[in-house]
Unconditional design. Structure first.
Length: 222
């Protein structure tokens, strides 16, 4: 009689699909939701930090832009400075770097790691090329006898380009850091290469847009 009862209990259990019992310590979420949820939380933390950094840099440059406009409108010693023409070529280089960066990120999402490394390397090279172009612009001004203390307008030009260049150099360092990260994160590591690329992309696109704003300010607000 007890055997019959046990059989009646066991048969319905096997009829539910026959899946083996979960291993010890398993908490469910075999569809990956738990891992993806943790990844989303980590992504949100780092992205928030990136936007806070962007906000801080924005306030710094807006303060400089306000000082530029106020100084230009006061005193009679302001002489308009014509920005070197190479700055427009440098701008095209920087805009192109944003395009190649997004191409690299798309390759990473598709798990095409060779394509990601190639396009990410192009982005990094374009970043260095932009910085080299800015140095060429400075040399052109030096050769024309325009220095930091020549006029308030030239002082602001050097200040804007130097400050932007320093912040962009930090962005280039971030690109290099992402390039050398392992695409397959060790178990338990939250800051994956995909998240690092996302955060670096936010900062890089911001520096791109910031430079366009500064160039327009220096060209048409002089």
């Amino acid at each position: 009689m007890p055997t019959a009862v046990i059989d009646e209990i066991q048969v319905p259990q096997r009829s539910k699909g026959g899946d083996p019992p979960p291993p010890p310590g398993h908490t469910g979420g075999g569809d990956g939701r738990g891992d993806s949820g943790a990844a989303r939380n980590a992504d949100g933390i780092y992205v928030t930090g990136a936007y806070l950094a962007v906000a801080t840099v924005t306030m710094f440059f807006m303060a400089l832009a306000s000082a530029f406009l106020v100084r230009k409108g006061t005193g009679g010693d302001w002489l308009a400075l014509e920005p070197p023409k190479i700055l427009w070529l440098n701008t095209l280089v920087l805009v192109a770097s944003s395009i190649t960066l997004e191409t690299a990120r798309r390759k990473l999402r598709e798990n095409v790691f060779a394509g990601f490394r190639a396009w990410w390397g192009v982005t990094t090279a374009l970043g260095f090329l932009f910085l080299a172009g800015q140095i060429v612009a400075w040399r052109q001004l030096f050769e024309a006898g325009i220095f930091l203390a020549t006029n308030p307008s030239s002082s602001f030009f050097y200040l804007f380009t130097a400050a932007h260049g320093a912040h962009l150099l930090f962005g280039v360092a971030a690109l290099v850091y992402v390039a050398f990260r392992n695409p397959v994160a060790p178990e338990g590591q939250r800051f994956t290469q995909a998240i690092a690329a996302h955060v670096a992309g936010i900062y890089w696109h911001f520096m791109d847009g910031l430079w366009v704003f500064l160039l327009l300010l220096l060209s048409f607000g002089r």
